[in-house]
Design a protein around this ligand. Structure first.
Ligand SMILES: C[S@@+](CC[C@H](N)C(=O)[O-])C[C@H]1O[C@@H](n2cnc3c(N)ncnc32)[C@H](O)[C@@H]1O
Length: 352
């Protein structure tokens, strides 16, 4: 599939890059289409002098000619080395632009290297597995708070099924709902969607512009003062897509020692405080908790433990389980708590 994308787009670039990019033959019409498409595509999106920008499927730099002067630096990546060579030549007068030939699948940039990733009329031609890879790669190369903006034709009545994966030109149409779910599963927040009707000889469809943001907190794992995290090899909390899972959290103080021995209420409050810090570090809040599990050694401690659970969660009302166990790792612990947080859950109120 990768070789095929490269061969096909190299051949198109040799034959007529301008035509295969924008169905334009003349230089003037091609340039004018770039200026017009940049205005349309970036509607409502701020381009600023400090931004490091990446263009996936840059072609011969049609859009980049008009984006580069408005940003700090721009890297264009394309699967076709012929397109890349032409882009370098055409935009040699712009000092803040560089072009890289990619493998059609991965982005040749380090983690967190850019503020904005965009892709204009590319994914429609690309087999879905490669697009999925680009969405994940975009998340990787964006800095926390950075944005991904791309165009895809939207699935609708009468739009055709996908061509086979070895077809590198026919259009693929996307469901906004499925795309949104995929982006959220990768960890993106959806910012907005913009639609514009397109009529070609073959199809009438909505061109969908999707804008997604990598959350400010790009962290995936959070740690706490528990000495066991290091020795037993686990983390306090882990973000998987739109969920945050918090490990069984014991009443351990910042000094790594048991907190408030013999006081189940104070220990429960401490467990939830440790969990809260971990969840917030990963971009969530306790107000988005959907499940709690409490482990106690003595039935007599339940009253104090449930009262603290009620204080914190009476408005959130997650599903909850309490289990009496034979013992916890440290005899000084009365209680241990696990949490699950769903970042798409509507935050309810939690007392601070
Ligand atoms: C229709 S052109 C659009 C070019 C440019 N985005 C524009 O709007 O002027 C599609 C571009 O995507 C590139 N392309 C196709 N498949 C690709 C892939 N898997 N990875 C990167 N670029 C790809 C092609 O080589 C071509 O330059």
């Amino acid at each position: 599939m990768r070789d095929r994308m490269k061969q096909d787009w190299n051949a198109r670039a040799e034959k007529s890059a301008r035509w295969f990019i924008a169905t334009e033959d003349s230089d003037e019409a091609f340039e004018a289409s770039g200026a017009r498409d940049v205005e349309l595509f970036f509607t409502g999106i701020e381009l600023a002098a400090h931004q490091r920008v990446l263009d996936i499927g840059c072609g011969i730099g049609r859009m980049d000619r008009y984006v580069a002067p408005r940003v700090g630096s721009l890297v264009g990546v394309d699967v076709s080395g012929v397109m890349v060579a032409k882009a370098r030549e055409r935009l040699a007068d712009l000092p803040n632009v560089s072009f890289l030939e990619g493998d059609g699948w991965h982005l040749p940039l380090p983690d967190g290297a850019v503020d904005l990733v965009f892709s204009h009329i590319v994914f429609q031609h690309v087999p879905r597995p490669a697009v999925r890879s680009y969405l994940a790669e975009s998340f990787r190369v964006l800095r926390p708070g950075g944005e991904l903006v791309f165009l895809v034709p939207e699935e609708g009545p009468g739009t055709p099924d996908d061509p086979p994966d070895d077809d590198t030109f026919e259009m693929r149409f996307y469901s906004a709902v499925r795309l949104g779910a995929e982006l959220r599963a990768l960890g993106f927040d959806l910012v907005d969607e913009l639609r514009q009707e397109v009529r070609t000889e073959l199809h009438v469809f909505q061109q969908l512009r999707v804008r997604a943001r990598k959350p400010e907190s790009g962290a995936v794992r959070a740690a706490s003062a528990s000495p066991y995290e290091r020795t037993a090899g686990f983390c306090r909390a882990l973000r998987v897509g739109r969920r945050i899972l918090v490990s069984g959290t014991a009443p351990i103080g910042d000094d790594g020692r048991p907190f408030a021995p013999g006081d189940p209420g104070a220990q429960m409050r401490r467990c939830l405080e440790v969990a809260r810090c971990a969840v917030e570090e990963l971009g969530g809040t306790l107000a988005q908790t959907v499940r709690t599990r409490m482990f106690l050694c003595r039935l007599g401690d339940w009253n104090a433990v449930q009262a603290v659970h009620g204080e914190v969660f009476s408005r959130v009302r997650p599903v909850a389980t309490a289990v009496l166990v034979a013992g916890l790792l440290d005899p000084a612990w009365c209680v241990e708590v696990e949490l699950e947080v769903d970042l798409d859950a509507t935050p309810a109120e939690v007392p601070s």
